[in-house]
Design a protein around this ligand. Sequence first.
Ligand SMILES: NC(=O)C1=CN([C@@H]2O[C@H](COP(=O)(O)OP(=O)(O)OC[C@H]3O[C@@H](n4cnc5c(N)ncnc54)[C@H](OP(=O)(O)O)[C@@H]3O)[C@@H](O)[C@H]2O)C=CC1
Ligand SMILES: Cc1cn([C@H]2C[C@H](O)[C@@H](COP(=O)(O)OP(=O)(O)O[C@H]3O[C@@H](C)C(=O)[C@@H](O)[C@H]3O)O2)c(=O)[nH]c1=O
Ligand SMILES: [Mg+2]
Length: 291
Amino acid sequence: MRIAVTGLQGQVVASLLERGGSRAQIIALGRPQLDLSDASSVSAALETARCDVIVNAAAYTAVDKAESDEDGAMRVNAAGAGHVARSAAALGVPVLHISTDYVFDGALERPYREDDATGPTGAYGRSKLEGEQRVLAAHPDAVVLRTAWVYSPFGANFLKTMLRLGETREELGVVADQIGNPTSALDIADAVLEIATRIVVDPSPALRGVFHMTGQGEASWADFAEEIFGQAQRRGRKPVRINRIATADYPTPARRPANSRLDNSKLRQAYGVILPQWRDSVSDCVARLLP
Ligand SMILES: NC(=O)C1=CN([C@@H]2O[C@H](COP(=O)(O)OP(=O)(O)OC[C@H]3O[C@@H](n4cnc5c(N)ncnc54)[C@H](OP(=O)(O)O)[C@@H]3O)[C@@H](O)[C@H]2O)C=CC1
Ligand SMILES: Cc1cn([C@H]2C[C@H](O)[C@@H](COP(=O)(O)OP(=O)(O)O[C@H]3O[C@@H](C)C(=O)[C@@H](O)[C@H]3O)O2)c(=O)[nH]c1=O
Ligand SMILES: [Mg+2]
């Protein structure tokens, strides 16, 4: 199976390149050859790739920067996603599009299901929601996978930020009143390979549409940080104390959802896919970064 993926250095594309193995040949397509904000570059690159499935894993992911550059985020996350889906439809190839927990406002008291009302609190979330809608409108053979709090040995992410800050700090303030599901990009890659394998042979409508896909178990950002530093200490790093602070004490340009936990039942029922427990995958990632 040939899988074309948007982006070159992103966490999910790097993970797919690592995990493709013998199951799939991964063709990563990024700038300048494929620029999501340029429709003709998207269609030309995807046509040349001659693939069986397209994964849209590239995005404008700078959540705070998007607040002052909503047009930029929209060009990539909304218009760009639409270009990918239209090209996939024209080529007759299914598309797998990655989206986010930040499409929700976070006011619900339980994990979000796929049909719960969306209501993004920031520009990034608005652009990603618009992207989902454009993908689903452009192509009936589409799977939208909402994931969250992605980390990996690759690129920039919260886990790597914590390890970097921990090199020079004895304590850190981390918000304890935002809860969600830390998710390993390598686990996302394994699941994407499984889902891609299924959709190329099985046209059932039950396998299309929106699905929530995150690491199992929940955490606040402070819990996540404590787990990272606990694992790091077991690998010889000096301890770092986490001060559990409130969102109000960590001001940022973008407002983030207080609850962004995602209920993964639909994915489990349709595909039989379940991601590992988040603490187990954090351990794998820390072990790679601190061998
Ligand atoms: N990171 C997270 O915590 C979460 C991410 N997601 C979603 O998961 C997906 C993957 O995220 P992740 O791997 O973490 O992303 P990263 O931030 O690690 O990487 C983003 C990728 O997008 C590429 N990119 C950005 N703009 C363009 C453009 N105009 N044209 C082509 N490529 C572009 C980058 O290219 P280059 O390599 O050239 O820099 C890079 O490869 C995204 O859809 C994201 O919205 C969902 C929930 C959480
Ligand atoms: C670095 C740091 C962050 N924080 C807080 C800020 C924020 O509320 C939370 C996480 O910070 P980040 O900047 O990593 O989070 P953020 O960039 O908002 O992460 C999001 O990225 C996008 C792409 C998504 O799709 C989301 O699922 C989510 O992963 O931790 C602290 O409290 N202390 C700190 O020292
Ligand atoms: Mg960030």
